[in-house]
Structures are given as C-alpha cells and as structure tokens.
Ligand binder design. Sequence first.
Ligand SMILES: [Zn+2]
Length: 370
Amino acid sequence: MISEQTKRTFEQIVKAMTPEQRAVIQKHFENATEEQKIQMIEKIVSTYEANHREHEPDNTRVTAEANHSKDHQSTEEHKPSHGKRRLKKSVKNALWAIAAVIMLVIIGILGFSFKDKLFGTLESIPSETIATTSVETIQETTPSPTPTVTPTPEPTRIPLASDHPDLTGLTVVIDPGHQQTTDNEQELYASWLSATKPRCTSGTVGIVTGTPEYELTLDYSIIIADYLEQCGATVILTRDSNDVNISNQERAEIAVSNDADLFIRIHADAAGDSASSGVRVYIPDSGDFTDTSPEYAEQLSELIAEAEGLEVNDVRSTSLYTGLNYANTIRSFQISLGFLSNSDDEAVLMNEDNIRNVAEAISVFCEEFV
Ligand SMILES: [Zn+2]
C-alpha cells in the first residue's frame, strides 16, 4: 500500500511534468505489475524528496501549496500563483533526476530484457535535456538499485564425452533450418523440376511455448557445430543468426562449394494431428548416393531417436526439399528432431540435455565418414 502522503506527492510530481516526461512514465507503468508500480512510485517520491531536501530545505511547502492550490483551483486557472510557479521550478530541477531513477529502477526490477525498450525511449528524448547534474545527484542520494547489465550469454559449450570420436579431416556443413523472416520470392524445387516454392520460410512454432522453429534449429546447430569442432571436424554453419535471408538453394550451394563430406540440415516437424511424434530423416531421391544413403539415413534416425528418447517416425527419400535436391552430389541428410505440434515432443526439444544428446549422436554418426 502507498501512503496518502506519497500518493499526493507523486500526483504533484506527475502534474508538473511535461507531456513527454509523463509519456515515459506511463509507458513503463503499462508494462509493470501492481507491485512494481508501487515500488516505482515509492522510489520516484523518495528520490524526489531527497533531491528536494538537498536543494530546498523548505520542501514541506510543496504539499501545503499543492493542497492550497486545489482549494483555489478556479481562480488559479486564470492567474497562476507564486506557489504554483515555485512548485514548478522546484519540481523541474528534479524531473530528469526522477526520469533517470525510473530508468534505473525499471532496469533493476524488470531485468535486462527491458533494456532495449528503455534506451529506445531515452533516445527519443532530446539529449540536451538530460542534465548531468541531475544524474550525479541521483547517484549521491539513491543508495540502490544498481543496474546490472547481463551480457548476451555465450552458447553453452558441451564438454566432450570421454569416448568422443576423432573427426579430424572431416568437413561438415550444418544448416539451421529456416530464418526469422519468410521470403516468398520463388525458387525452383530443383534444376530439373519446373515447380517452385518460397526461397525460405520461418518454419513452424512450438504448440506450448510458441518457440519458433528457426530459433530452435539455430540453438541446436550452434551447439552441434561446436561439439563437432571439438571432435576435430571442420564445421561450417550456413547461418549463425536468425536475421538473415538465405534461400534453401543457396544453403545447399554453401555445402557443395565447400566440398562437404556431410551436409546436415536441422529441422523440426509439425502436423495437423497433435499426436504425431518422433524423429524423421529425409534424404534426396536423386544424385550420387541413392544406393547407400537410405541405410545411413536409417542409422541416423535411430541414433537421434535414441538420444532423445523418442521413436523413429519416418525415413524417406524425397524431392520435396530444395536444400537436399541441390546438394545431391554430396551426402545430405535432413533431420527433423521431433514434432513442435506435439506438446510432449516440444518439451523434449526444449530440454537443454536433449541438445547435448543430439550433438553426441551426430558426432557418432559423422565418425562413419572420416
Ligand atoms: Zn523445418
């Protein structure tokens, strides 16, 4: 609960703000819980009072005058009083200090994820109005909280299993399926087919968490790539960020032009039937390896299924995937790790232990080709 006194002071502070300043506060209040709002209000008021005491020892006047003004609102509409002007002046000095405190408090309360929004707001405020003196005052009078800036986490490196394979000399290209933004411009399924499809889509999303497939596949691929490198392989990722535009044909061409021993595409599936579950492996139904690839695909599907504790759903030779068709002169496999349309599969795929198990399984598979 906020005391009446705090509430009144806060109202006065807000009243004396410019519309822009008010908008800043309002914006952050919209994103806060009730408890966070109370914390913010108390922090703003206590900072204001501390700041005010330091510069104007007779701060009690603010509330007294505010009440007084209220009683004479009708006359003051036409004739601003000295009191009101003084209130405005004294509040003005502290306003940017308060704005800065709000930033600190919100960073502390809502965490680092809020930072971008916050700085976006700051950038929209003319820089010359952010007085350095106010910021210094805050640092002197506000004991806490100190904003903590969380660095972007490095991908967790998986320690090598004691019986890890030696993949020295092997070149593996890994394609994290999809990308953040769908590109609907068309490209051929294959050079020998006339049908076309979008260059690249963003894929499916997890039925429970809403995690996009393009994010999941990148998370897996970065860790798998790191693991294979630790085993001695040369690994190339077709993308290392979600904000790219690389078509499926272009991804295949990256693998071919690097003369990859293995091209591994990481995907997840989705189906209308939420009961559909398990691992699928797709291979091209054309090209140089049609004799032996089905056997390897079978083996890969079993390794992945075992690693994840899921069943093998399907192993299929197909011309449906542009990224496989254009890479049919090298050994190409498309792994679908599970169904994001199935809540149990999704829970498995979201589990960090699963990434480690999949990385180990792929390293074991790669050993066949050293
Ligand atoms: Zn996919």
